[in-house]
Design a protein around this ligand. Structure first.
Ligand SMILES: Nc1nc2c(ncn2[C@@H]2O[C@H](COP(=O)(O)OP(=O)(O)OP(=O)(O)O)[C@@H](O)[C@H]2O)c(=O)[nH]1
Ligand SMILES: [Mg+2]
Length: 480
């Protein structure tokens, strides 16, 4: 749903991160582009304005522009603002179903927004959590609406309140509550008739149902594909019903998605779920961080940055950084780095999280991202004596043979690791003199990656990952 937005933002960020230094005017220009991208994606104007103001306040400061990786810092600032706009950093809010049973969940929304489907989806989810659910249709308007829910109930194995022809919605609600009590249901789901907000009578009916049933949750089900209208609808419903949350359906569609992004900011209501297919299991808990990551299309830079910080001991990292700068990196250090690669998800994990990787994915074969090779490299280092690890110059051919046998690999693989270590040490020296590989936090080109595959160019993109003083190179391609 966010494809267009993602594409636009990726363009803006590629230009930002592709450069080393940034001027305040570069940042301003980029933020103007972000603003246009948001508006084109249908984000409500006041929301887009607020968003840009928030980002601007943080991004234009000297601290960002002067930092080693200004582009990436700005991506992170935009990311955090996006998370904030979508509902904040905390864990996704669950459903309010922990009170005295039966906890009532009422679903309301425009015609065809996906209320009935979502009712069944939520029931199925609760059932998986070992909660007993009962569903009831209060839709007396549309012929066959009640049968629709009954059929869904059967297919997912959730109880549905028997149909009593001619009963009015508020009365059905009362009957449903006693049925839920009698049957010991934990949660009662009330599916209501679709309505238009201008239909005063139906809005009153919904308000009456809410009065009778006193729901713990009143969820507004909104179609993400309806653009700006969805925002307006949410405001109108919220004025008449004490809504507690939003469900955005058809997130699997290719709408512009911006309206969905504005919903939280405009209504202040948490987005609880995304509907992602027509099927009963097509419901995702809405997680602001995940969605923000997806929208930015920056792989998951933020996850990588955080994982790195989590896994890498700061003191160790600083020690290593000093050694790197002096060019005195030995094999014991290299082993630590290889361990870090595995700790943060292996080579494939890292590649998956790096921005811009989509573009070069095809050029790197799975063989080159094989963690088995990292493991073998660690085994080789472990087969060295302490003295050899500290003084790589000791490694003559007989020692290499012994090490290969100890690690269960070919001598050629030992040679390749030694070569890789040497070029890392060389590059470390260059970095120490202020020369960054690949010109600052940019992804290496496919050519550079291929070279890495050959074990010639060590160093994952230095990318400014805090706490990670340059990762070891991609392991050599087995064929060469
Ligand atoms: N692709 C996709 N389709 C959905 C989603 N949610 C609902 N639908 C489809 O949208 C159509 C309408 O869904 P319903 O659940 O009947 O909508 P409703 O709000 O109950 O409709 P009324 O009761 O007539 O107001 C159905 O064909 C659903 O399969 C979703 O998240 N993704
Ligand atoms: Mg319905």
């Amino acid at each position: 749903m966010f494809d267009v937005l993602t594409e636009r933002l990726t363009g803006v960020f590629d230009r930002l991160t592709g450069r080393g230094a940034l001027q305040a005017s570069d940042v301003e220009a980029a933020l103007r582009e972000v603003r246009v991208a948001l508006l084109e994606a249908d984000v409500a104007l006041p929301v887009a304005k607020d968003f840009i103001a928030r980002v601007q306040a943080e991004a234009v400061g000297e601290a960002v522009i002067r930092s080693v990786t200004p582009g990436q810092q700005i991506v992170k600032i935009v990311h955090d603002a996006l998370v904030e706009m979508l509902g904040g950093d905390g864990l996704p809010e669950g459903l309010l179903v922990h009170g005295e049973p039966p906890n009532v969940i009422m679903l309301a929304g425009l015609q065809g927004s996906g209320k009935t489907t979502t009712t069944a989806k939520i029931a199925l989810r609760l059932q998986k959590e070992k909660k007993r659910a009962l569903m009831a249709s209060l839709d007396v308007r549309r012929p066959a609406a009640m049968e629709q829910l009954a059929t869904l109930g059967k297919s997912i194995g959730v109880d549905v309140l028997p149909i009593v022809p001619g009963q009015m919605p508020a009365d059905i609600a009362r009957r449903a509550i006693s049925a839920a009590r009698l049957s010991g249901a934990d949660v009662l789901l009330l599916d209501t008739a679709g309505r238009t907000t201008i239909d005063e009578e139906m809005m009153r009916e919904a308000a009456d149902i809410a009065k009778v049933a006193k729901p713990a949750e009143i969820l507004l089900v909104a179609d993400s594909l309806t653009g700006q209208d969805a925002v307006e609808t949410a405001k109108r419903f919220h004025a008449r019903l004490p809504l507690t949350g939003l469900v955005l359906t058809r997130a699997d569609g290719d709408g512009r998605g911006g309206a969905a992004l504005s919903m939280r900011a405009v209504t202040g209501l948490p987005i609880k779920f995304l509907g992602v297919s027509e099927k009963p299991d097509g419901l995702e808990v809405f997680d602001a961080r995940r969605v923000a990551g997806r929208i930015l299309g920056q792989g998951d830079v933020v996850a990588l940055v955080e994982k790195a910080v989590e896994q890498v001991d700061r003191d160790e990292a600083e020690k290593l950084a000093k050694k790197l700068a002096k060019g005195s990196l030995d094999f014991a250090d290299l082993e630590k780095q290889l361990q870090q690669v595995l700790a943060i998800g292996g080579l494939k994990g890292i590649m998956g999280m790096l921005p811009g990787v989509q573009k070069i994915k095809n050029q790197v074969s799975d063989a080159q991202l094989d963690d088995g090779q990292v493991n073998r490299q660690i085994a080789i280092i472990r087969s060295m004596t302490k003295a050899e690890r500290a003084k790589p110059d000791l490694l003559n051919s007989s020692r290499r043979k012994r090490i290969a046998a100890g690690a269960g690999v070919e001598v050629s693989e030992v040679n390749r690791l030694i070569k890789m270590h040497r070029s890392m040490a060389d590059m470390a020296k260059a970095m120490g003199k202020g020369k960054m590989p690949f010109g600052g936090g940019r992804m290496p080109s496919p050519e550079q990656l291929k070279q890495m595959g050959g074990g010639k160019l060590p160093g994952m993109p230095a990318g400014g990952m805090p706490g990670l003083p340059g990762l070891p190179g991609l392991p050599g391609n087995k064929k060469n």
